[in-house]
Design a protein. Structure first.
Length: 229
């Protein structure tokens, strides 16, 4: 039976966004059976092999069989995040490895014997901490988004734009924030993108950045508004 489990990790300045997808590639329904309410496990390791993130640690799951049913060519998406912290401290910038495992025990009432398709390992990169933008929060969907956060820029020249890597949906806008530039100051931004302009596949990103007097960009802060699959 044909299906696909894959992971899209996106490294943001303050957190790693972990999007997991399970797709049915058959012309008939697929029923994935799980021994508990834990559908997946996620672990992250540093270059020395030390575990710095364990999704299931401190969580409790129902000890009863669960089923996820996907219609023909249907899909299921899960979203988790990691704030780059381990034992109360932010981990150093650099390369890490993420492992995501779908914990299905059987498929359409038959045991899953080949688990290689359910065990994904990928490299990720943890960026340096941003000195100008922090505490960015995003809500909304389908082209209407509300963004809040804090900014600290002595020269007060901070901007944002929206694009998907190929097209620009919102040209450069100046971020107007009240207060002194050497203090962390809150801000809010509303983003509207016409639904017909949104991509069918891929992510839409809001990019914050600072400029100096000569117009050179620095301290970029990309933020994922929404991913379409």
């Amino acid at each position: 039976m044909a299906y696909k489990f894959y992971v899209i990790p996106t490294s943001m300045p303050e957190q790693l966004t972990i999007e997991m997808f399970l797709k049915n590639e058959e012309d008939f329904p697929l029923h994935f059976e799980f021994p508990t309410s834990q559908f997946y496990e996620i672990k992250i390791f540093d270059t020395a092999g030390r575990e710095v993130y364990d999704y299931s640690k401190g969580r409790f799951f129902l000890q009863a069989f669960q089923t996820i049913s996907l219609k023909a060519h249907g899909s299921k998406k899960w979203l988790e995040t990691w704030d780059y912290h381990f034992m109360g401290k932010r981990v150093p910038a650099g390369e890490y490895t993420i492992q995501a495992v779908l914990r299905a025990a059987s498929l359409n009432s038959k045991p899953v014997t080949d688990r290689s398709k359910l065990n994904i390992m990928q490299k990720i990169y943890v960026p340096e901490e941003n000195a100008v933008f922090r505490n960015i929060k995003i809500s909304g969907t389908k082209g209407n988004y509300q963004v809040s956060g804090e900014v600290k820029s002595p020269n007060r020249l901070v901007y944002y734009s929206v694009e998907d890597g190929h097209r620009e949906f919102l040209r450069e806008q100046k971020l107007d924030v009240a207060g002194k530039g050497d203090k962390w100051r809150p801000f809010k931004v509303d983003i509207q993108i016409p639904a017909e302009k949104l991509p069918n596949h891929g992510g839409v990103f809001l990019n914050f950045y600072e400029k100096n007097a000569e117009g050179k960009r620095s301290n970029p802060y990309p933020a994922l508004l929404e991913r379409f699959e």
